[in-house]
Design a binder for this molecule. Structure first.
Ligand code: 5GP
Length: 216
């Protein structure tokens, strides 16, 4: 049986930094929609804005959707060690600014990152305590293919490549802490919310004040 001071010691290990929720998914699994819903549900989550060498699409805004950089600018930042992780995805380079992550974590804020599986694995290496890796999957390859076709933004060759890449991405599932199958958008959003709540609102760290008051 533990005495009171031992319990106090146990509690101190829960006074930690914020969490980094990394959401990865094969293209067409519905990640963008789900991340949008999570932003509404958890307005205090800080969103990491990545740097990329890809050109802006549609209404994308520099500094909001991405920091759009030339290849030279991107490689210079990479050399200077300014990225927490970087990866080449579908022929373009992407990187997560390290400074932003550190600042948010130091101020106790939780962060959400929408990055590919390579980035997810590297974020876990850089922040093993803080990173929570979530893989969003489509219910089947047939469904993924039909969603990619419905999107009508890619030509058939690109869809073929994306389907091939999807299998490779999914095979990295053992690196992830959670898997959410997006069969029904509402159910998937609820599952993602539950994972985030369990690490934030319902964590011991977030409830220390109440615990202290209750045990005074
Ligand atoms: P898109 O160009 O369609 O916005 O994104 C293509 C892929 O790059 C998506 O899987 C997205 O999650 C991933 N991605 C976006 N930002 C980053 C990043 O900073 N690092 C890594 N590793 N992947 C990223």
């Amino acid at each position: 049986m533990k005495n009171e001071s031992e319990f106090a010691l146990d509690a101190s290990k829960h006074i930690d930094h914020g969490k980094i929720f990394v959401i990865s998914a094969p293209s067409g699994a519905g990640k963008t929609t789900l991340v949008g819903l999570l932003r509404e549900r958890f307005p205090l989550l800080a969103e990491s804005v990545s740097c990329t060498t890809r050109a802006p699409r549609g209404k994308e805004v520099n500094g909001v959707d991405y920091f759009f950089l030339s290849s030279d600018e991107f490689f210079k930042k990479r050399e200077e060690g300014l990225f927490a992780e970087w990866a080449e995805v579908h022929g373009n380079f992407y990187g997560t600014p390290l400074d932003f992550l550190k600042k948010q974590l130091d101020s106790g804020k939780d962060i959400i990152c929408d990055i590919d599986y390579q980035g997810a694995i590297n974020i876990k290496k850089a922040f093993p305590e803080e990173a929570v890796l979530i893989l969003v999957l489509p219910p089947s390859m047939e469904e993924l293919e039909s969603r990619l076709r419905l999107r009508a933004t890619d030509d058939p060759e690109v869809i073929k490549t994306r389907l091939h890449n999807a299998k490779n991405e999914i095979l990295h599932y053992p690196h992830f802490d959670f898997v959410v199958v997006n069969n029904d958008l509402k159910v998937a959003a609820a599952q993602l919310s539950a994972i985030i709540s369990a690490h934030t609102d319902s964590s011991i760290f977030h409830n220390m004040e109440t615990i202290k008051k209750l045990t005074e």
